[in-house]
Design a protein around this ligand. Sequence first.
Ligand code: ZN
Length: 408
Amino acid sequence: MTDVVTETYERFYNSLLVQHILQHVRRHTEKKNHVLRNQRETDRKPSKPKRTTWQMFLDSLSVLCDHENGGETVAAIAVERTPRIKPDVTFWIAVNQRSRKGSPALHARDHLVYLLQGLKRITLQNEPGEGMMLDLFYTSVDKAKNRVNNYRKKLQDVLSAVKDRADEPLSDAPDKLLLEIIETLIDENKTVRSLCKKSSDFRSTDAARELARRARRDQTGSWKYICHFIGRLGAWLKAARFLAEHAADFADILSSPQTKIVPSEDCGKFAPPAEMWELETLLSRTLQPYYEVSKDRLDHLFGSNAFAAGSAQLKKCHGKGWRLQEHAEASMARFFYTGNRRFMNEERYIGCSKPSCMCCELYMEILPGALEQRPCHGNAWTQWRLPGPSLPVREEEITILQRMTDRL
Ligand SMILES: [Zn+2]
């Protein structure tokens, strides 16, 4: 690596680590601190832009194609239009290469082919059949069995943590009733099909409205997680329903599309230097001379144990090892940009099975070509990597990384 590449990478990962640590500290320290609230005003916020029908169609397809275990993967889909070359519609799919077993991209592509065939059949019928929609839904959750069960387990864990608190003397009665309803939802639906279906049905009940109210008022975050996991479990049916209802709108696109996998390249390797694993060094090297940072100042800003919480999180990041990962939507964005590919109907949108992370959002903003903004959860994942070939990277990519660092 040349000096400038090394320096750019160091600055980028140091800034990313600091973002990650500060996000962690804000969430895990004293929440009543006024300075903390003010600080949050300057955070990069989660965003949820209004999406067009086509954009929601692509997101829904991506949800049904994302079946890897763990709930940690993402599938991204974008559609290319090639005027004068037949067939002129190509559905491109990319997945995060987290799984080391089998080929998740191949599985996702095969399932995409199946879904597109099913949707085409729906367009050929006069009435969108509930039966066909359910076929798409059931086949998708069956393929995503491990993923569904992982969400079930996470929901159970957070539920028992809330239940422990509800048993404390000062808790109010509706907590317990709501908890019972959600517990019954999990206990009575042993199969992935029924759990996902009932979680989707749950969303239109009074209990769901009460849950949403609690999540909004909740200081601990637990009710928000309960809301989030039930939402995830209900996402398959919601997506299948949306696709079936809108397939006719895109009958032309669905008539004879190709499906292809975005080629992915080996992960680059870059480890921040050893001294970065001391929080004080990391903060001072990254933030000074703009901000004066010290243990006392961090504790003053974020609450009394902020520095300790930040240091512990930094150790945890180090302990996990440093395996950089290319995120699906970023590699799709680069693939369309470098190949000068045309998006279907000039709607420059990349569908994804989840909201994007902070780095993917920044990357898509900075990459020339003005991609449509997509939902973003705003989290900083420390092992994000610039999509494309391993080091050394091209000059243009170094500039992108520098601009991303400036905005982190
Ligand atoms: Zn990302």
